[in-house]
Design a protein around this ligand. Sequence first.
Ligand code: KG4
Ligand code: ZN
Length: 342
Amino acid sequence: MQNLNTVILAIESSCDDTSCAVLKANMVLSNITASQKIHEQYGGVIPELASRDHQKNIVPVADAALKKAGLTLKDVNAVAVTRGPGLMGSLLVGLSFAKSLSLALNVPLIEVNHMQGHVLAHFIDEPDTVLPKPSFPFLCLTVSGGHTQLIKVKSALDFEILGETIDDAVGEAFDKAAKILGLPYPGGPLIDKYAQAGNPNAFEFAFTKVPGLDYSFSGIKTSFLYFIQNNIQKNPDFVKNNLNDICASYQHHLIRVLLKNAKRALKETGIKHFAIAGGVSANSELRKQVKALEKELGISTYIPKFEYCTDNAAMIGITAFYKCLEKQFSDLSITPLARMPV
Ligand code: KG4
Ligand code: ZN
């Protein structure tokens, strides 16, 4: 296989986005995602409905990705797929599809860890854009609906977790608060939107003490619920009258918690390159505050393009490219992993 001309068809289906991308080496030629709207009304992802939608979407999305790249299945040299972590039924759809393609086309199958993909999204290039890339080792704050991790990234394939959540992920803290406020799933982007017009110091939330560089977000979720219930008892219109300030204050609190440990990790390790990744890295205030760390700490920061923050197959493809360079191929007997450490 010619590594620099390798065409990788990448597939991501770990949660509620069906995504396929085509890469030529580290260059993304196409990245198409079908996001499932059906979960909005339920306040969270319903696993059975997610698997059914993946089944419906996967062939048309792969087709569209190849068409946009101007290629056909005959051009594909390797098939990359998310093996985990994620929802079992959702992963199964992508993995079965990828295995069938690998077998039918007689090309290698490359399994990818979804969380590693989020981090390596920083190494994606586009045909007309070379995006700035962090140097190794760098610190990555990976923040999504299922994970919150502080990772020392020593090389593309060598990660050390310095801290992580001991309970809920920060994305869950956003989504569950949004649900309490009566907003549809996923609530993170809506909290971000309302927060832009609010006062971040209007309301105070207490910190949960956690040793070392770990995080905990389950306490804040419960205290947010009591905070809303208590205020509604006094004034039934409390949420309606204060939505912007509530969102701004809550978001401010979550970002303060996230960056407190990140700053500590940067100090302790002496690392000068700091990146954020995962769905929550799309948050406008987090992006602003991370950028401001450049001046405050004299470091370089890396913020992904919006389309590579939330779940996408381009990040699976770029990770597969690095695995391909090391000839790390998978056997067709692999099964999905709901939990899969990086
Ligand atoms: O990485 P991702 O797409 O899926 C997982 O791997 O979990 O992350 C989804 C999470 C959701 O919790 C969603 O609310 C959150 O990312 N999110 C945001 C924003 N955009 C997406 N949270 C806060 N502000 C945003 N702008
Ligand atoms: Zn994700």
